[in-house]
Ligand binder design. Structure first.
Ligand code: GLC
Length: 608
């Protein structure tokens, strides 16, 4: 019996420097790392790295016994769900089991038996080579992939770091190939970073925040000894000091995907992992001044991590938030200490989907309604609730919106609708069933109708259309990287392919994804896997685009693997949850004199 202890120091105060030292692993240049110490944080599988092919974890053993928290329990008046209280001090947890019995590492993926064996194209073979090369090791174990590995790049900035969001397609490619260890290591190490000391000019953001990225640094202790350190960036070094709101949401989404694909649910059941989920959820669900169920964030808090006019309630964050809420609802074990949180999650899921379905949806009919809106309505049952002035409808939209199809707005605030089409947010609304089944269909119809604008010569436009002239000057702050039709300002990002593939597969339209993938495959290998493409139709490699960008490579591979393994793909999306539709947290009943505004509004949009 061998035991490795995980020491996780969680305090209600901001963690101190002491925490940092716990993450150091000391070893000399001559001798291998000291694997026997039990007093410092163990680097989990790094200390017990066993070729993963030895281990199997039969899915059938685990699946039937799972206890999900998906049954709906709500409480209309209980907005102040319980805050997680973690006592100052350490939680000691034993994590490894019987040595020799082959049970301690369960991250070998169970897909091998189900995987369709097919001939790989040249592009795929090269992509795997690049992806393997991008792997970052910490104390000898794989923990992530660098953002880019461009040999010609003399100024990699932070592209040599492991980004949380960038690692997701890499993780899925590895999982779908049958390699789970790197994903498990990544999830556990980033979980540790969650309680890291983080300050920007003496201010500490909320506990539970996940970093945007991290780097493995080798620090010299003396002439002969070095130590490896995980060095996270929570935005304190990032350009523009943007807060990585999406990181924690992606972490939760990946944690669920890991369980679903490997069948190893023991990871998500661990106390420290459960605490990690709760901390992220608590941060997102904390009460504030918000009037809407959407998450209020600053500009640049997601994949678009520079100023692009997406502060407030951008769709990308809302759809990832909704997905993370659904994941958490599945993964949280229900007990006395979690039941209030689960209830808060259910209430938020219901309110959020209603809000997005009702107020973010645009199609030709809705635009015509907005065009004729009355303004300055002071009442609880106003039609134009957000006081949108019809003059806001941009001239491009009137011509662009097809007869068939529609999409979810980029952002909604008082007196402001951002009519740009944001790709990632619309895809995740499909994948997570944030939008209605009809709306999901319509989003794909719009993409088909507007193929040249959204796919063109390289899938996929990050948003459409570009901000130009004064809009570009004022909204981006004259950002030379985000000039019209470049980078975040309507550049084309091949990494988005895997998310498009998932959305198409969910809607039973894989041929759309195949068509887009074929467009990409024609160029990516020859163009050396650029980060993004420029111009209206995505014709040119991006002005400042990195080459050998890992999530371009991984997005391509993951798309291929998903298309080849539809059963695996189906583990990664959600169907409509009819139970959620019936929750209403406002407490007003049909018979009440004052009617619930949601019940009234349901007549206008097709919820089901
Ligand atoms: C850029 C992108 C961001 C990505 C990072 C690493 O900053 O805007 O989304 O995570 O590069 O690739």
């Amino acid at each position: 019996m061998s035991a490795i202890y995980l020491l996780r120091k969680i305090s209600t105060k901001t963690p101190t420097r002491f925490h940092r030292s716990l993450f150091f692993s000391t070893f000399s240049k001559e001798s291998p790392p000291d694997l026997s110490r039990t007093t410092s944080i163990r680097h989990l599988s790094s200390q017990r790295f066993v070729p993963s092919s030895i281990y199997r974890f039969p899915q059938s053993k685990i699946l039937p016994n799972r206890k999900f928290s998906t049954s709906v329990e709500t409480n209309s008046s209980d907005k102040s769900f319980e805050r997680i209280h973690v006592q100052s001090g350490a939680i000691l947890e034993r994590i490894h089991k019987n040595e020799g019995e082959g049970e301690e590492t369960v991250s070998k993926v169970n897909v091998e038996t189900e995987r369709v064996v097919r001939e790989e194209s040249e592009a795929e073979k090269e992509a795997w080579r690049i992806l393997e090369n991008a792997v970052v090791r910490y104390c000898g174990s794989p923990v992530g992939t660098v953002a880019a590995n461009d040999p010609g790049d003399k100024m990699p900035l932070n592209y040599d770091q492991v980004f949380i969001r960038d690692f997701v397609p890499s993780a899925l490619a590895f999982l779908l190939k049958g390699e789970g260890d790197i994903v498990r290591n990544f999830l556990l190490h980033t979980l540790q970073l969650q309680s890291w000391e983080k300050t920007v000019d003496c201010y500490s953001p909320g506990q539970g925040l996940m970093p945007a990225s991290f780097k493995v640094r080798t620090v010299a202790l003396d002439e002969n000894t070095t130590e490896e350190v995980l060095d996270p960036d929570f935005g304190e070094s990032a350009i523009g000091r943007v807060a990585p709101v999406d990181s924690g949401l992606w972490w939760i989404i990946l944690l669920r995907a890991y369980g679903k694909i490997t069948g190893d649910f023991s990871l998500q059941e661990r106390i420290d992992v459960q605490t990690g989920i709760k901390l992220i959820m608590n941060l997102c669900l904390a009460d504030g001044f918000d009037m809407f169920p959407t998450l209020l964030v600053t500009d640049g808090s997601c994949m678009i991590d520079r100023r692009m006019g997406i502060h407030g309630h951008p769709l990308e964050i809302q759809s990832l938030f909704y997905s993370a809420l659904r994941c958490s609802r599945e993964m949280l074990s229900v007990n006395d200490s979690s039941k209030n949180l689960v209830r808060a999650i259910n209430n938020r899921l219901s309110a959020l989907s209603f809000h997005i379905r009702e107020y973010y949806w645009v199609d030709i009919k809705k635009i015509n309604e907005i065009y004729r809106y009355k303004t300055e309505e002071y009442s609880t049952d106003a039609t134009n609730k957000f006081n949108i002035y019809p003059e806001q409808i941009p001239p491009w939209l009137m011509d662009w919106i097809p007869e068939q199809g529609g999409y979810l707005l980029g952002n909604l605030q008082p007196a402001h609708m951002d009519f740009r089409f944001f790709t990632l947010g619309n895809f995740w609304s499909i994948v997570s069933s944030l939008a209605t089944p009809k709306q999901n269909e319509a989003i794909l119809n719009l993409i088909e109708a507007k193929w040249d604008d959204i796919i063109g010569n390289m899938p996929l436009k990050i948003c459409y259309p570009a901000l130009e002239y004064d809009d570009w000057r004022i909204i981006t702050g004259s950002d030379p990287k985000n000039t019209p039709w470049s980078y975040h300002n309507s550049g084309s990002w091949p990494t988005l392919l895997w998310q498009f593939t998932l959305a198409c597969m969910k809607m039973g339209r894989p041929e759309l994804a195949e068509k887009a993938l074929a467009v990409a495959e024609k160029r990516l290998l020859a163009d050396r896997w650029p980060e993004y493409y420029d111009t209206r139709s995505g014709k040119f490699i991006g002005k400042q685009s990195r080459l050998y960008q890992t999530w371009t490579v991984a997005g391509f591979l993951t798309s291929k693997l998903l298309l080849a393994n539809p059963e695996m793909a189906s583990l990664l999306f959600w169907e409509e949850d009819y139970e959620l539709l019936d929750i209403c947290a406002c407490g007003l009943r049909k018979s009440d004199r004052k009617k619930c505004s949601r019940v009234a509004a349901k007549t206008q949009i097709l919820v089901r």
